[in-house]
Design a protein around this ligand. Structure first.
Ligand code: PXG
Length: 288
């Protein structure tokens, strides 16, 4: 596998950054998790849009244009003969001196890695997930805004560990006000009486690409989606619940904090979204 670093393709074993890179020293950088299906990169432009929004928020000047970044992702897939796979785009602040000041970093590193996608077990999709609410809350919007897809994921990693300790693969994270924000690496949706609900970005949800796609699909299915403040009580009493993310796609949730959701089996709307999502990923995207 060849890794893209600042315009060059480097052997996987030789691909490296400096130990003085602020991405490593302080988590000062950004990333995107992108996926290719059937020889096409799914929603590539939207991922790069989000990268630019995150960069703006952390005052990082990306060293490449939007168009050049899209082209670099496609070219990295081409070099590695990726048809279906996972693409990790990382931008670090670059090499600097010890000390927080990002102005001492002059060489942001743009890294593109391709890898085989680690598919979740089929049982997750057939039977649905059991998840729990964890004590670690989503970042406060006045700290590192949760909309920023930064290299500093420790908050979510702690929540993930808490989920794992509870025997679950995902966790519900609440925001600092106690409302539902999202999961550690996935957005969350619920349905009640035919209407769909998902936490707003202000509630601490990442502007998930899969989330947006599902909301577009809902429009096509004539399902109304709103973004109110949601509590755990709302989730417990939902008819259906599912989570969304680039890696997970659409996964049913059938139990939350010991409460059975709906019938305790993946719901009909959830199944419709899973199917519609697959159809779209297989038939659209930027050609490799
Ligand atoms: N919330 C958080 C906190 C995330 O990190 C999502 C929601 C879902 O967003 P998308 O745009 O994927 O629908 C994410 C995405 C990884 C990995 O390698 C992480 C994500 C996506 C893909 C891979 O850990 N997080």
């Amino acid at each position: 596998m060849k890794v893209y670093i600042n315009g060059k393709f480097v052997d996987e074993a030789k691909a490296s950054v400096s130990v003085f890179d602020h991405g490593l020293l302080y988590g000062d950088g950004l990333f995107e998790g992108i996926r290719a299906y059937n020889g096409r990169v799914f929603r590539l432009e939207e991922h790069i849009d989000r990268l630019f929004y995150s960069a703006k928020a952390i005052l990082m000047k990306l060293p490449m244009s939007h168009k050049a970044l899209c082209a670099a992702v496609v070219e990295t897939c081409r070099r590695n003969k990726v048809r279906d796979g996972y693409i990790r785009l990382v931008v670090t602040r670059g090499t600097g001196t010890l000390g927080l000041d990002p102005n001492r970093c002059s060489n942001p590193q743009v890294i593109i890695i391709t890898a085989n996608i680690q598919l979740y077990p089929k049982a997750f999709y057939d039977k649905g997930l059991t998840i729990v609410t964890v004590p670690t809350t989503r970042n406060h919007t006045n700290a590192v805004n949760p909309a920023i897809k930064s290299l500093n994921y420790l908050n979510n990693i702690l929540a993930k560990i808490e989920a794992t300790n509870a025997g679950c693969v995902e966790a519900i994270m609440l925001n600092s006000q106690g409302y539902v924000a999202e999961c550690t690496g996935d957005n969350i949706f619920m349905l009640k009486d035919g209407k769909m609900f998902t936490p707003s970005l202000a509630s601490g949800a990442l502007h998930g690409i899969t989330r947006t796609v599902v909301m577009e699909l809902a429009e096509g299915l004539d399902i109304e989606v709103t973004q109110p403040n949601l509590t755990r009580y709302d989730l417990y009493n939902a008819d259906e619940c599912f989570i969304t993310g680039t890696a997970a796609e659409v996964v049913p949730v059938v139990k939350i904090d010991g409460r059975k959701i709906g019938t305790g089996r993946p719901g009909k709307h959830t199944k419709a979204f899973m199917q519609a999502y697959h159809a779209l990923t297989n038939a659209s995207g930027s050609a490799i």
